[in-house]
Write a protein that binds this ligand. Structure first.
Ligand SMILES: [Zn+2]
Length: 113
């Protein structure tokens, strides 16, 4: 499952932070998930406990904030909302929209002790 490798990369980030900050426990991990990305928030939540088990993030909570899709239209030169990847521009109906937001997964915050 794709979501498993996404969480594994989040754990790798947490481990990387621990090397710098030296904390013992993680209470909460907050992610920003693009609405047009390939990961399902429910699937992320579903596999989070299993994937974090035995890692520094074991037992921590998971918060997911959805980032809406956004694109840059080359035809009308505007930033426009994007409901679907490869959608036409909602303003001018042009097809030269480059997705600029809503496609990635980022860790924005974590609570540690
Ligand atoms: Zn347009």
């Amino acid at each position: 499952m794709h979501e498993v490798s996404l969480i594994e990369s989040v754990i790798a980030l947490v481990e990387h932070e621990r090397a710098k900050q030296d904390f013992a426990r993680v209470f909460m991990i907050k992610l920003k998930l693009g609405a047009l990305g390939h990961a399902e928030p429910d699937a992320l939540r579903f596999c989070f406990d299993a994937v974090t088990s035995g890692t520094i993030a074991e037992g921590s909570g998971l918060e997911i904030e959805i980032v809406p899709g956004e694109g840059w239209c080359r035809d009308c030169r505007k930033t426009v909302p994007l409901a679907q990847r490869f959608d036409a521009c909602p303003v001018c109906d042009g097809s030269h929209v480059k997705m600029t937001a809503g496609d990635d997964l980022r860790m924005v915050e974590m609570e540690v002790a």
